[in-house]
Design a protein. Structure first.
Length: 364
């Protein structure tokens, strides 16, 4: 443990639009980013579009039932190939650019283009779409724009197995409900708020007196993952039934924050939900809360949890993070001090220290 105070990174990293632009290439384009769920791509030709750090992308299921990801741009004159989500079979089982009709197979290889034969000495093998590194992580699709990066299991060791232990039916899950939460703050402010529970007893009464047992709360790093674990405070006070015999972890809460912008969270009763931070600009984000059920079927328990979560913990956090963002722009603040407890318990900010170490590793 350090014999000197541990300080936060300078406030400029939360409010400077120029540093935010650097983060796009230094952090977002070199880390694993959530794209979507496999259930969005059921059939050959199904696709959905999305963006990472301003880069337009799309995922599609090809003829071999493999899911691929490509930059969403035509090799001819840069028009976007696809919009929104859907199925491209209506275009003769091809991806066809709406600008000049250039066509590509689902595997990204060039197929044809109007009057292309007049172009001399053209090597059409060089007209393939640019593919992006993709991994299916327990049904959740992640991409990385850095082709040289390590696999997710190296970035986030043990997480795959731990999630399967906590949610044995995770491969049967599909999204049931998405909750969209706009926050007027920098993405790091929101992530840091999520990653410590030093503020929980003061601000989250429902969460800290029901879902978690503060004396057992621990946050420990696993690669580029922050693992939160705790026993449940009082199972009798939970607002839904929990069968403790269904699974060894049925009475516990745990979350796995995958740096920089995604978290799996499991409530007592093996209820999976997720956080996904989508960055709008230097001081605006949209936080997507995902709730899941087997085959995406209606679940009164999950739907009530989503409402309770939105009305309590989520609503409470909005006020906190937006107040912090305002404070970061104050001339009365420059750099903060972290309360780092070597026990790594609930009243410690060692997790923020770790987040800022990872951030500095990628931005320096």
């Amino acid at each position: 443990m350090s014999d000197q105070p541990i300080y936060t990174i300078d406030k400029k990293h939360y409010i400077d639009p120029h540093l935010y632009e650097e983060e796009k290439s230094k952090v977002m384009m070199r880390t694993w980013q959530f794209a979507g769920h496999v259930s969005q791509l059921q059939n050959t030709g199904d696709y959905f579009t999305f963006e990472i750090a301003g880069q337009p992308l799309f995922c599609i299921k090809d003829d071999k039932q493999e899911i691929r990801c490509f930059y969403n741009v035509c090799k001819h004159r840069a028009h976007e190939l696809l919009k929104g989500s859907g199925n491209s079979k209506r275009a003769a089982n091809l991806i066809i650019c709406p600008y000049h009709g250039w066509a590509y197979h689902y595997d990204g290889t060039f197929k044809a283009a109007p009057n292309i034969k007049v172009v001399p000495n053209l090597d059409t093998s060089k007209l393939c779409l640019t593919e992006v590194r993709l991994e299916n992580f327990l049904g959740f699709l992640f991409v990385n724009l850095d082709k040289s990066t390590a696999p997710m299991d190296e970035w986030f060791p043990e997480v795959r197995k731990e999630l399967e232990d906590f949610v044995p039916f995770i491969h049967q899950l599909k999204p049931l409900k998405w909750v969209e939460i706009p926050e007027s703050c920098n993405w790091k402010v929101s992530v840091e708020n999520y990653s410590e529970c030093y503020h929980c007893s003061i601000n989250h009464k429902t969460f800290s007196t029901g879902v978690i047992k503060p004396s057992t709360y621990r946050i420990l790093p696993q690669g580029y993952c922050l693992r939160h674990t705790t026993e449940c405070q009082n199972l009798e006070k939970m607002t839904y039934p929990i069968d403790l015999n269904s699974n060894p972890n049925a009475g516990n809460y745990s979350s796995w924050f995958l740096w920089p912008l995604f978290s799996f969270q499991v409530y007592p009763g093996n209820v999976l939900n997720t956080y996904h931070w989508r960055i709008i600009d230097v001081d605006h984000i949209i936080l997507w809360r995902g709730w899941y059920s087997i085959d995406g079927q209606p679940s009164e328990v999950v739907e009530k949890l989503a409402v309770q979560d939105r009305e309590t913990t989520v609503e409470e956090d909005i006020g906190l993070v937006e107040s912090v963002q305002k404070g970061l722009k104050s001339n009365g603040y420059d750099q903060g001090i972290l309360v780092v407890d070597p026990t790594c318990g609930v009243n410690s900010e060692h997790s923020i220290q770790k987040l800022q170490q990872w951030y500095s590793e990628y931005t320096q």
